[in-house]
Design a protein around this ligand. Structure first.
Ligand SMILES: [Fe+2]
Length: 240
């Protein structure tokens, strides 16, 4: 059976706008596991203006991990964060307000959907200059980047990993966004496809359907790289 690593999701309960209760976390993990996911990194939102909302994630993570170790011994769980871009990301990490991906030097960074593409590129470069390597969360969500796929491709060329949301490739965010995802895949510019799952009622946590689309069109080797190997490298679980 094909295994998947979900690098970006809001499955950890009670810390952001994703799962609210432990029951919702369990439902999302059950769906993920039943459809082939074997590594999950929980990435609660971190917004510097609403810092307290993401507090307590470590404790909740320990509780859920203990329970899942019993239920699914071959499921690896990690903790990261989805950080809303701000100029002091390195400071926020150093003082423990937010965290990198599973303790690595990689940070998952998001912007506002209407942010300018050039601003996004320059901001990501500034994080690299500060000693961390950004991963651009859901490149398919920024209108200016979707309009200009070359901006995303230029980031990939600078070895800034690009993450796409699985549901965009399924066409749930419209044809234009789906075309954008295919363009990046065709160019080999997407590093990771993840669920960004929030909602236990929407089968949000599964990656198997999207994997099949990618494997059929671009080959199993690339599909394995972006659904398993690359995200695990970014979490420090495998070597490049
Ligand atoms: Fe997210």
């Amino acid at each position: 059976m094909q295994r998947f690593c979900d690098l970006h999701c809001h499955i950890l309960y009670g810390v952001d706008d994703g799962a609210q209760t432990i029951e919702e976390s369990r439902a999302l993990i059950d769906t993920a596991y039943a459809t082939g996911t074997r590594t999950i990194c929980f990435t609660p939102h971190y917004n510097p203006l609403r810092e307290l909302e993401s507090a307590g994630a470590e404790e909740t993570f320990r509780t859920l991990s203990e329970e899942m170790k019993e239920k699914y011994p071959d499921l690896t769980l990690c903790l990261g964060a989805e950080i809303l871009y701000h100029q002091r990301i390195a400071d926020s990490i150093r003082r423990g307000a937010c965290r990198t991906m599973n303790g690595t030097r990689f940070v998952l960074v998001e912007f506002l959907p209407e942010d300018d593409g050039r601003y996004i590129v320059q901001s990501l470069e500034s994080i690299s200059a500060g000693g961390y390597t950004p991963i651009l969360a859901h490149a398919d969500r920024y209108k200016s980047i979707v309009k200009r796929p070359k901006l995303a491709i230029s980031l990939a060329e600078k070895e800034i990993p690009i993450q796409l949301n699985a549901r965009s490739l399924l066409g749930r965010n419209g044809k234009r966004v789906r075309r954008f995802c295919h363009r990046l895949l065709k160019e080999g510019a997407a590093a990771v496809i993840a669920s960004d799952a929030h909602d236990p009622n929407q089968l949000d946590a599964r990656l198997d359907e999207t994997y099949r689309i990618v494997a059929d069109k671009y080959g199993a080797e690339y599909a394995n790289a972006i659904f398993w190997h690359m995200p695990r490298v970014l979490l420090g679980l495998e070597r490049d």
